[in-house]
Design a protein around this ligand. Structure first.
Ligand SMILES: [Cu+2]
Length: 294
């Protein structure tokens, strides 16, 4: 019995160590410069991507706090169990105690967990509130999920409406992005500005998710969801549709380019010309939604 348990524990420890060693070995094997753990996860990465918004920084801090709390509780419970196995087994302690109640202990094991839950609730509620309440926005973007691509509308500029499709092998720029994460158009936003994102869908439920921003929100047909982010570091960030939405669910990436205010304004002028000449993407959406039902 003891030998079996020991073997099982040894296997678990060995698996854990080999996972970490593999992860460390894989770390240098990034396919593109973006797979650096900041703009996109690096191969074999453990933990979160680096935070690009204050909300994500808060999320990581909250996660780390929880990891300490659950870690200490796990160690404490394991320690107590091991102590009991050794001290109170039939051989070491042949005459068992008949004690049934201990008021102090009972108060303690009720009060301590309550205190721990309160300790967790304070930062948890604060984070949920900060995510939910959208500060006054500098720009508003609408992200519309379609099977299987995204449509974006810059609500302050009528002309800026465009689709973002995944880059396939053979497309120009395909090699510049991590696999399945490159798309032919990216959302461009200015750094350090509050961006409100309204999210909806035309066909089935999708989800607009950007790990480095701490943003993940469902895109539901007939419903307008809202979220926000304030990216504090310039660069190109990758996300994906995060709701099982059909056969090409894994092929609708999200690219957000965070640029300086000047570059953003230059992009706006370019985009107004570029996207105004494209056939209304909204008509294409309805066409594609229709073709599915035919
Ligand atoms: Cu989707």
């Amino acid at each position: 019995m003891f030998k079996k348990t020991f073997l099982m524990l040894a296997t678990m420890v060995a698996t854990f160590i080999s996972t970490i060693v593999t992860a460390i070995a894989l770390e240098d094997g990034a396919r593109t410069a973006f797979e650096d753990g900041i703009h996109s996860a690096k191969p074999g990465q453990l933990g979160f991507m680096e935070a690009a918004t204050p909300i994500m920084a808060e999320t990581i801090a909250f996660h780390d706090l929880l990891l300490w709390i659950t870690g200490i509780i796990t160690l404490l419970v394991t320690g107590i169990l091991v102590y009991i196995f050794i001290k109170f087994n039939a051989k070491a302690n042949p005459v068992a105690s008949k004690t049934t109640h201990n008021t102090l202990l009972e108060i303690l094991w009720t009060a301590v967990p309550v205190l721990i839950l309160v300790l967790i609730a304070v930062p948890s509620f604060r984070l949920m509130y900060n995510q939910d309440v959208i500060p006054e926005a500098d720009i508003t973007i609408k992200a519309i999920g379609n099977q299987w691509y995204w449509t974006y509308e810059y609500l302050d500029y009528e002309e800026i409406v465009f689709d973002a499709n995944m880059l396939e092998e053979g497309d120009a720029d395909y090699d510049k992005h991590p696999r399945l994460l490159g798309s032919d158009a990216s959302v461009v936003v200015p750094v350090n500005k509050i961006v409100r994102v309204q999210v909806t869908a035309t066909d089935v439920i999708h989800a607009w998710a950007m790990p480095a921003f701490g943003v993940k929100i469902d895109a539901v047909p007939g419903k307008l969801n809202e979220t926000w982010f304030k990216a504090t570091k310039e660069g190109l960030y990758y996300g994906q549709c995060s709701e099982l939405c059909g056969i090409r669910h894994g092929f609708m990436p999200i690219m957000v380019e965070v640029v300086s205010q000047e570059r953003y304004e230059a992009w706006l002028e370019e985009a107004k010309v570029k996207y105004a000449s494209i056939d209304a993407p909204r008509l294409q959406q309805y066409a594609s939604a229709q073709s599915l039902t035919e």
